[in-house]
Unconditional design. Structure first.
Length: 95
């Protein structure tokens, strides 16, 4: 299994954009370049990237909860759809 840099990840703004660091030794995980210093889209992208480890953990827990719900109460269309979406996304990051 491929492992990502341990979270939490932190975002740091610099003159050309944002850098995201994580792990025990503050390893550079990603850079987001921006055209303007106050670019709201660049800021939003950097925050989303910085939240990735926590989002991944939350999605894994949601998938487990949906599976437990279906095992106890049976599948319902909404739960099956949501569990399938979660499984598809997790397959992208857990090959």
């Amino acid at each position: 299994m491929i492992k990502h840099t341990a979270g939490p990840w932190k975002e740091n703004q610099y003159s050309a954009g944002y850098e995201i660091y994580g792990g025990e030794h503050s390893k550079l995980v990603a850079s987001v370049a921006v055209r303007r210093h106050d670019d709201p889209e660049g800021r939003a992208n950097s925050l989303l990237i910085a939240a990735a480890p926590e989002l991944l953990e939350a999605l894994e827990k949601c998938k487990e909860a949906m599976q437990a719900h279906m095992k106890r109460y049976g599948p319902t269309p909404n739960i099956v759809t949501a569990e399938n979406i979660a499984a598809d996304v997790l397959a992208k990051v857990r090959p």
